[in-house]
Write a protein that binds this ligand. Structure first.
Ligand SMILES: Cc1cc2nc3c(=O)[nH]c(=O)nc-3n(C[C@H](O)[C@H](O)[C@H](O)COP(=O)(O)O)c2cc1C
Length: 193
């Protein structure tokens, strides 16, 4: 089993990475592999298509996805939003019905607005959202600070435990013959009869 992790920060090994690694540790202890993708500035430097292809490919045999972003101006990073806008148009079939979690890190404010933006991609695409014991956030400006947020680290560990439980439950359901819903073609209207 595998869960894809997306780091939407411009810093490769900052607070978001540290939080994702806390989740990854728990997933690995549950026998679940993780595959990490770092967006950085590549997304706005002409490499978005390359990354989209890689993540789409990874999602084909993944059981779940966790998307992390630092708060930038009370929102996810512009890089992450650009990436998700494209990913959810291009790769919606390989994402659909897979459990998903959003996590965020911040110095101080804008965390729930950031989670809300990321959750909306999941909600649009029939993806069960995996929660934690609080809203999934940790505070700090540096990896050293974020690991000192004891509650934040516990929240990340809980995301890992809950994700492991959900992906294993879905696999057990499939093995027992529980069928995934069939995604019907969308009735697309603009409120016009
Ligand atoms: C461009 C920019 C904008 C930021 N805006 C906010 C903000 O609105 N609220 C906040 O609490 N922190 C803000 N921060 C701080 C980061 O969210 C915080 O340091 C985060 O943990 C960094 O995660 P990272 O190391 O994974 O990049 C901002 C940082 C940058 C670089």
């Amino acid at each position: 089993m595998k869960v894809v992790l997306i780091n939407g920060s411009r810093r490769e090994q900052g607070c978001t990475y540290t939080s994702l690694m806390e989740i990854s540790k728990v997933l690995k202890s549950e026998g679940i592999d993780t595959e990490l993708f770092f967006l950085g500035v590549k997304v706005i430097d002409g490499h978005i298509s390359e990354l989209l292809d890689k993540v789409e490919e990874a999602m084909k045999d993944a059981d779940g996805i966790i998307i992390g972003s630092p708060v930038y101006f009370a929102s996810p990073t512009g890089e992450l939003i650009s990436f998700l806008d494209r990913l959810f148009m291009k790769a919606n079939a390989s994402l659909k019905f897979k459990p998903a979690a959003a996590i965020t890190t911040a110095r101080r404010a804008g965390t729930t607005a950031t989670l809300d933006v990321i959750h909306k991609y999941f909600l649009y695409n029939q993806m069960p959202i995996v929660s934690s014991r609080y809203w999934s956030m940790a505070f700090g400006n540096s990896p050293e600070e974020v690991v000192r947020d004891e509650e934040g680290m516990q929240i990340m560990q809980t995301v890992g435990k809950n994700m492991a439980w959900i992906v294993k439950s879905i696999a057990a359901g499939k093995a027992a013959g529980v069928k995934q819903p069939v995604a019907e073609p969308r009735i697309s209207t603009n409120f016009i009869r």
